[in-house]
Write a protein of this length. Structure first.
Lengths: 109, 115
């Protein structure tokens, strides 16, 4: 069974500081990974997926197969980035996602 | 824009009751999912369905069942509600990926309290 680990429950940074939300996974085969975000009082939504190799709201995530990591990064945190972030590898058929326990990002002024 | 609608935002039921949570999507998605979301545990998959009348167990199916009679609707049933089923329940849907992952689209959630 695949597993995903988000080691930090809460990450607090100051506005303008770099952000790195950690995600490590265990998966046999070629994983496909996603980051989802849930802002306060909003529904969970897709932030980005590794195969797209795109930057969304200034966030990027690189799949490191050697370290089995998919960390989410942003060079300069903004107040509106405060949210709960979930890492989710895909697998198991039927497009099943396995969600991590989530990291609450708090950006302080 | 994809719309996933869950019938109730808040629901309060008593132990032993049979509880129905409804979810409807309007994008003709093949896949539909039910999760529960608990602090410190993230999202855990209860059941999913990849076609009408098809269902598969997720990671925590005990105490739950599902029904998918129409493509757009996926119901979660708590056969005999217990207090440990108090949680936020999220419904999601996605296209079938054919080997390529498709993003899931989520509803607003139903916060269920079992007294």
């Amino acid at each position: 069974a695949q597993r995903v680990t988000q080691p930090e429950k809460l990450l607090s940074v100051f506005k303008g500081a770099p952000v790195e939300l950690k995600c490590n996974y265990s998966y046999s085969g070629s994983p496909e990974l996603f980051w989802y975000v849930q802002y306060s009082r909003q529904r969970l939504q897709l932030l980005l997926r590794h195969i797209s190799r795109e930057s969304i709201k200034g966030f990027t995530a690189d799949l490191n197969k050697g370290e089995t990591s998919f960390h989410l990064k942003k060079p300069f945190a903004q107040e509106e980035d405060s949210a709960m972030y979930y890492c989710a590898p895909l697998g198991g058929g039927g497009n099943k996602l396995t969600f991590g326990t989530g990291t609450q990002l708090k950006v302080e002024l | 824009d994809v719309k996933v609608t869950q019938s109730s935002r808040y629901l309060v039921k008593r132990t032993g009751e049979k509880v129905f949570l409804e979810c409807v999507q309007d994008m003709d998605h093949e896949n539909m999912f039910w999760y529960r979301q608990d602090p410190g545990l993230g999202l855990r998959l209860i059941y999913f369905s990849y076609d009408v009348k098809m269902k598969e167990k997720g990671d925590i199916p005990e105490g739950y069942s599902v029904s998918r009679e129409k493509k757009e609707r996926f119901s979660l049933i708590l056969e005999s509600a217990s207090t440990n089923q108090t949680s936020m329940y999220l419904c999601a849907s996605s296209f079938f990926g054919q080997g390529k992952g498709q993003p899931q689209h989520f509803g607003d959630g139903t916060r269920l309290s079992i007294l």
